[in-house]
Write a protein that binds this ligand. Sequence first.
Ligand code: ADP
Ligand code: ZN
Length: 617
Amino acid sequence: MPDKFDLLRDIFGHAQFRPGQEPIVDALTEGRDVLAVMPTGGGKSVCYQIPALILPGVTLVVSPLISLMKDQVQALVQNGVRAAYLNSTLTAGQYGKVLANMRAGVYKIIYVAPERLGTDAFRETVASMDVSLVAVDEAHCVSGWGQDFRPAYLGIRDFVESLPRRPVVGAFTATATERVRRDIEDLLGLADPFRIVTGFDRPNLYFEVIQTTKSTKDYELRRLLRKRYADRSGIVYCGTRNTVDEVAEKLRLAGYAATGYHAGMSDEDRHAAQEDFLYDRCRVMVATNAFGMGIDKSNVSFVIHYNMPKDVESYYQEAGRAGRDGEPADCVLLWSESDIILDRFLIEKNEENPELDPEDAERLKRLEYERLDRMSDYCRSTDCLRARLLRYFGTEPDKERCGNCSNCNGDFETRDVTVDAQKILSCIARTNNRFGGSTIAAVLRGSMNPQIERYGLDSLSTYGIMRGRDEREIRSLIDELRLQGYLSVDPDSIYKIPALTPKARNVLLGRETVTMRFRRGNPQPADAKKASKRSKTAAPAGDGTLLGHLKAERLKLAREMGLPAYVIFTDAALVDMCRVMPGDMDEFLTVSGVGKKKAERYGERFLAVIRKHRVDK
Ligand code: ADP
Ligand code: ZN
C-alpha cells in the first residue's frame, strides 16, 4: 500500500502536511466519512487525492464548477495521476470515450458534475466499477441556507446509496455556519463523520479597507493597479453586471489588460474571458461574484472589491481567492456609503422568492440585514481587520493586532471624544430611543426635517448643541458608540433605532471617558518589510533576475504544452527554486511543489536555466 508521506512528496512535491490534512487523509483511508471545513486555499484537494491513490478502487470527485475540474485534472495528469472529468463541456464522443475508459479501469480519479450522477449512462458504467471514495467538493451547495444552493447536490446521497457497496464519503467546504454544516451531514447522509474545522486565518493575506465616494473609486482603483500592482494578476469584484461592464471598459480605455465576467454574458464570452485570465493574457479580471468559485488560479496577487459585498461570508470567500499559492497577496476593499444603499436595494428586490411563505421571507430578509450590518462594521472599524474576520467565523485570533492589515499598520491617533459622546447619548435618551441616526444627527446639528417638525424635536435641550459639525462625523460617532457597546440596536428591527445600554450611564455621569481612533491621512500599505516580501514574486518574466528567467522558461513551456503556466509550476515553486538553487535532479526534487513526475518532465529545462544564471553571474 502506498505511504501517504511518499505520495505527498513524490506526487505533489510537498514536504509536509498542512494543518488538518493528515487526520483527514487518515480518516478517509480508514473508511470513515469526513466533514471538513477548510478555508479557500487551505489545501483541500490533497485531502481526498491522497486517499484516492491509497484506496484500492476509484474515487469520484463531485464538483460544481467546470473550470475547476479541467484545471485539477490537468494538474493531476501533470503529476502522473490517471484522471479524467465528465461534464457538459465534453462532446458526446469525448464523453463516451471517458465512460469506456472508466469501464476499462484506466482512471484512478474522476471529476464529475453533480448533474451527471443521475444519468443512466453514468450509473450503468459506475455499477460495474469499484468505487472506494466519493469526495464532495463545495459541499455547502447541498444546503438551501447557503448562497450557492445547487439542487443537483440533493441527488448525491441517493447516488451513493445506489452503489453496490457504499463508498466512504468526504465532504469539503469553506463555508462554516452551524446550520449549513448540519445540512451537509443530513443531506449527504454522512455516517458518524470525522468532523474537522481547520484554521480560518490566511496569514499571507494583507487586508485593507479604503473609504471612497462614488466619484473617487475609479481613481483609487487605478492608483492601486498602477502603483502597487503593476504587472501583477488579480481580480476586481463589482456589485452588479453593469458595474462590471463599465469598470472593465474604463480600465481597457486606460490601457490595462482587463477583461470582464458576469452571468449576463454568453457562455462563449465568459469562457473566453476566463481563459484569458487563467492563461495570463489578461492580468485584471473584472467580475461579479459569479466568477471564481472553484477557480484554481494560484498566482492571484490581489483581490480588490470595487463595491462592498453584502456579507462577510461572501467577502472572505471572494477575497480568499488571492494568494492561494501561499505567497503574500492583498485584499483591498473600496467601499462607500452608496454601496450600503445598493446592498439594501438588492436585499429588498430579492424578496419576491415565490417558494418562501411570507413569514420565512421576512425572517430571511432580517438575517440579510443583520449580515449587511456586520459587513459595514468591518468597513468602519478601526481595530484589527483580521481579528474581526476570525471572530466572525467563530475563531479567537491568537493576537489582538495582526500587524498585517491596514488598521494595524495604519497611522491613527486616539482622541478623547467624551464630551461629544455625552451630547449624543443624552440626545438619544431625551428622544426615548424612538429615532434613527440621521434624525439624531439632525437634532444635534440644529437642522430642520419633517420628523423634527412633526415631533417638535427642536424644543429639546439638546437641539443644536453640535451646530456646525459635519453630519457624517456625527453619524460615525454614533456608529462608534455602538461598536464600543454604549448603544445597542434592536436586531429585529430594520429601522436601526439606537438605544442606550447600561454602560452608557457611566459616560453620562462623567465616570467613564470615551476614546476613538481616527485615521491620519490615507491608510498606509503594508510596512516596508512586507512590501519587499510582496514584491518577491513580482518579477516579470525576463527581467534579468533568476526568478524572471524561470518565469520566462515556464511561459515558454506553457505555450508549448498548451497549459496554464501555474499548472507547470506555481509561483511559490519558482521562488523556492531561487532559494534552493538546485544543481542536479536530487536537489531539484527538494524544491517545494516539485514532485517526481514534474521533475522528470521539466527538471532539465529549469536546471539549465539555473546553471546558465550561475555562469552569467
Ligand atoms: P483549496 O481547494 O482548499 O482551496 P487547494 O487544494 O487548491 O486549496 O490548495 C491550494 C494551494 O496549496 C495549492 O497551490 C497547493 O499546491 C498548495 N498546497 C496544498 N497542500 C500543501 C502542502 N501540504 N504543502 C504546501 N503546499 C500545499
Ligand atoms: Zn490587523
